[in-house]
Design a protein around this ligand. Structure first.
Ligand SMILES: [Zn+2]
Length: 140
């Protein structure tokens, strides 16, 4: 019985969404995707390597945000790759805005503005209102 309760709690805590690497395959060139711990206070990181770069998503992030929000965050990291921000260290606010705008345009183009709006509602607690307004304003 104890094991059954533990199993039910695990299933409830992870929700119905099962993360799949295939959902992201080829969606950012030849960038490789990993799941693993990232720097403190970050949800995801990207950097270059000898074979085209990689994106790392935090395992806790995968369990807590919706699949749409996860895709938006993936597109943001992809935006850093597209914009040539290859450094793992500090990135300027301008570089973050440009990656946000890449994600906003790409996401709204693929999923529509209404879905982008609901993702921003979900992420406003993480991103803050000014950043969410910037993302919304550069979606086109
Ligand atoms: Zn960023």
């Amino acid at each position: 019985m104890k094991h059954l309760v533990a199993l039910l709690l695990f299933l409830c805590s992870t929700g119905a969404y099962a993360f799949s690497f295939q959902d992201f395959n080829g969606r950012c060139g030849d960038v490789k995707l990993f799941v693993g711990p990232v720097e403190r206070n970050k949800l995801a990181v990207t950097d270059a390597d000898d074979t085209g770069g990689y994106i790392v998503l935090d395992p806790l992030l995968i369990q807590t945000v919706s699949p749409q929000a996860l895709t938006f965050i993936y597109f943001h990291e992809c935006g850093h790759r597209v914009n040539g921000d290859s450094s793992l260290g500090y990135r300027s606010y301008n570089a973050e805005q440009k990656a946000d705008c890449y994600a906003a345009k790409r996401f709204s183009g693929e999923y529509g503005e209404q879905t982008l709006n609901s993702v921003l509602s979900e992420l406003v607690l993480i991103n803050g209102t000014p950043r969410s307004i910037n993302i919304w304003n550069c979606r086109k």
